[in-house]
Each structure stands twice: as structure tokens, then as C-alpha cells.
Design a protein around this ligand. Structure first.
Ligand SMILES: Cc1ncc(COP(=O)(O)O)c(C=O)c1O
Length: 384
């Protein structure tokens, strides 16, 4: 495939190797050991200054970051948390892992979640809302934030798929109370497995930090002998992952500008097609893909096969809504609270949407081939 669903990893080079060697040579992988190469803390400093928050905490992955975000938000057993229905299962699993009940909210392509559905569910009570920025795009959260503030609800942004994306020059993850990113293999930048949370709220930060450090407070050594200690987990990042991520952070601008340029080149060639899904501020998109919406779900397999014939990957994001999975049905984790709720628009989007990855390694020929295939698909009447 000329457009694999990979981004930062495709530009691994001597820099990642050098930082990894530094960690090995220093023999200090644990983040809290004394070392001349504290890459975990260095990543936190770099991310804080990039996105402009007071606090950042590196963790083992996006899912553990989400769990700690719920703890930061003081979500407790049995609490309802509202979750954008258009998301990967991990968002809901993190809520369940802390004993909360994930309630899906219909997606909206401008505001992240449907405002009417949001207001309706808020009336039934909830502690937090998770809006999911998807596929390198940032939603306009102005209205959502106002609603959360008015109702005393913590706004968490799951930006696992959208690190580096902005809306009106503001980074995803910085609109609400807590932002969550993932650095797993297939994300914008990667260290294989990794994640972090960002916030401006000191209290929330301390709870998240303690939770991911086995619930301890720490002054060089952990302590459980204080009122701030809690029953936590071990979700600390190590310096090996952080070494790779630090090198990736240094390349973030290069990666995003390559993707944006390729995407722009492709879009210019298909400027007659307006069935491409962009965000409200497309200049803030990371350019990591082009999303097309099909006329009918029956065209999906055909289009995927046309892609395969041309070495171009058309990716089906997920096959169903997370709460339609057997797992949720079997354990009836949400049925009581869901009642007969159906997120019809999200379902339709999932059925008709295809993602064409734009990795930062495409050349002019690749771009022309992708544009020409999208044009063919349009000419055949498969696009909305
Ligand atoms: C929207 C969303 N949330 C959460 C996650 C979980 O992140 P991780 O795989 O790092 O645990 C992912 C990615 O896998 C994701 O796409």
C-alpha cells in the first residue's frame, strides 16, 4: 500500500536511535531514577510548551490516560459519563474500568457532540463528558464547553487521534478541563505504546499523577501516608518510550507539514469534489487523511477493493458503534441506562465513511494516483 495508516513511525531515523542509546548507556529506564536523560519529564515539558497547558503527565497509553482523566474528574463507581458515540471502544472501556457507566451521545461534525442530545442526557445526571476529536481534526468546542460549565460537568477531550490538530490556533486537548493523547503505533507521532494527559487544573493533575503512580504521592520515593493518596494503578511511562517520543516531538512540525502539503496537492486535483469531510477550521487539520462519505453502505466493499487493486488503502474506521459490540450486549453494561437509545447519525456515518491515510512519505506520483482514484469513485456515483 502506498498510503499505510502510519505517520511518525515512517520518519524514524538516527535521532530516535541516539536518544534510545542515551537511555541504555545511562542504564536508567525508570522515569524517577536519577539520570542525565530524563526523557519522560522532557516530553512533559515539551508537550506543555507546545499546547500551552500548565501540566502534562506521560502515561503508558491513551486508555490509561482516559482512566486517569476520569479519576482526575472525580468520577466514582456508578456515575454516568457521557461519551461521544463516534469513538474507539477504548473510550468506553476506560469509563467502565473506573466503575462508571458510559452513555453515548450522538456525534455532530461541527461541535463534536449533538447539543440537543447532550442537554437531554445532562438532565438525567452525569459527572463528565468526553468529546472525541477524530482523525487529525479538531472540533469547535465553544458551545459544548459553555454547556458543561453551566451544568458543572468536567469536559474531557479524547484527542488520541488528533495530537497536533488545532481549532482557531488552539490545540485539541486544551479547550476543556483535561486533554488526552495517545502515542500508539498508528497515531500521529508514536513510541509504540504511550499516552499523556494535559490540564491547567492543579487538583485534577495531582489526582491523575497519584493515580498513575499506584495512588502514591511522591517526593523522590512514593508514599501512601497522606490524605492525597488513593487506590491507584501503575501507568507510568518509561524513559525508553519517552526517548523515542522525544525525537518524534522534535519532528512533529515536519511530519504535519508534509501531510498537509500532500493533502493539499491531492485536494487541488479533485477540487470539483465537495464530498470530503473537513473540520470547521480545516487549516488546523493535521492533514493525516482524506475522509470520504459514500452514497450508500453497499459501495463500501467495492471501493475498498478498488483501492486494493491500486495499492491504495481505504480504511474502514470501525465496523460498528461501540455499544453494539457483543461485549456490551453480553454483560448488559449499558442497557439499563441506554434504554432504547440509538445514535442513528453516528451509525450512518460509520457505515458510509472511509478514510484514506496521508502519511508523511507520499511523492507526487502517489498523490496523483490517490487523486485519480477518488475521482474515479466520484465518477461512478459512489460518493454522497
Ligand atoms: C479515540 C481513541 N481513544 C482512545 C484510544 C486508546 O489509545 P491507546 O491505544 O493508546 O490505549 C484510541 C486509540 O487506540 C482512540 O482512537
Amino acid at each position: 500500500m502506498i498510503n499505510p495508516n502510519e505517520y511518525g513511525s515512517l520518519l524514524f531515523d538516527e535521532q530516535e536511535k541516539k536518544y534510545l542509546s542515551n537511555v541504555i548507556d545511562a542504564r536508567r529506564i525508570f522515569r524517577y531514577s536519577r539520570t542525565p536523560y530524563p526523557y519522560t519529564s522532557m516530553c512533559e515539558e515539551k508537550i506543555k510548551s507546545l499546547v500551552g497547558t500548565n501540566y502534562c503527565l506521560m502515561t503508558t497509553n491513551g486508555t490509561s490516560s482516559l482512566k486517569s482523566a476520569f479519576i482526575g474528574a472525580n468520577v466514582e463507581k456508578g456515575d454516568r459519563v457521557l461519551i461521544s458515540s463516534y469513538t474507539f471502544l477504548a473510550t468506553a472501556l476506560a469509563a467502565i474500568a473506573v466503575g462508571a457507566v458510559p452513555i453515548p451521545i450522538e456525534v455532530d461534525l461541527n461541535y463534536g457532540v449533538n447539543l440537543e442530545d447532550l442537554e437531554k442526557e445532562i438532565k438525567l445526571g452525569c459527572k463528565a463528558l468526553v468529546v472525541v476529536h477524530f482523525q487529525g481534526r479538531a472540533f469547535d468546542l465553544t458551545k459544548v464547553k459553555r454547556i458543561c460549565e453551566k451544568n458543572g460537568i468536567v469536559l474531557i477531550e479524547d484527542a488520541c487521534q488528533a495530537f497536533g490538530a488545532k481549532f482557531k490556533d488552539k490545540y485539541t486537548g486544551t479547550f476543556g478541563d483535561i486533554g488526552v493523547y495517545s502515542f500508539q503505533q498508528f497515531k500521529q507521532i508514536t513510541c509504540g505504546e504511550g499516552g499523556c494527559v494535559v490540564t491547567n487544573n492543579e487538583l485534577m493533575f495531582n489526582r491523575m499523577r497519584n493515580y498513575t503512580d499506584m495512588g502514591s504521592t511522591r517526593n523522590r520515593f512514593p508514599s501512601w501516608d497522606s490524605a492525597e493518596a488513593l487506590f491507584g494503578e501503575n501507568d507510568r511511562m518509561n524513559n525508553l518510550c519517552a526517548a523515542v517520543l522525544y525525537a518524534q516531538l522534535e519532528k512533529l512540525d515536519t511530519i504535519i507539514s508534509k501531510q498537509r502539503k500532500s493533502r493539499e496537492n491531492i485536494m487541488q486535483k479533485i477540487s470539483n469534489i465537495n464530498n470530503i469531510l473537513t473540520s470547521k477550521d480545516a487549516s488546523g487539520d493535521t492533514g493525516m487523511n482524506i475522509i470520504i462519505i459514500l452514497n450508500d453502505k453497499k459501495f463500501k466493499d467495492k471501493v475498498i477493493d478498488m483501492g486494493k487493486d491500486n495499492d491504495i488503502e481505504f480504511r474502514n474506521m470501525w465496523s460498528s458503534l461501540y455499544y453494539d459490540n457483543e461485549l456490551f450486549k453480553k454483560y448488559k453494561l449499558t442497557s439499563k441506562d441506554l434504554k432504547n437509545k440509538e445514535c442513528i447519525y453516528t451509525k450512518e456515518l460509520i457505515e458510509k465513511m472511509l478514510v484514506i491515510s496521508i502519511p508523511p512519505i507520499l511523492n507526487g506520483t502517489d498523490e496523483a494516483n490517490i487523486a485519480s482514484l477518488i475521482q474515479t469513485i466520484k465518477n461512478k456515483g459512489y460518493l454522497l
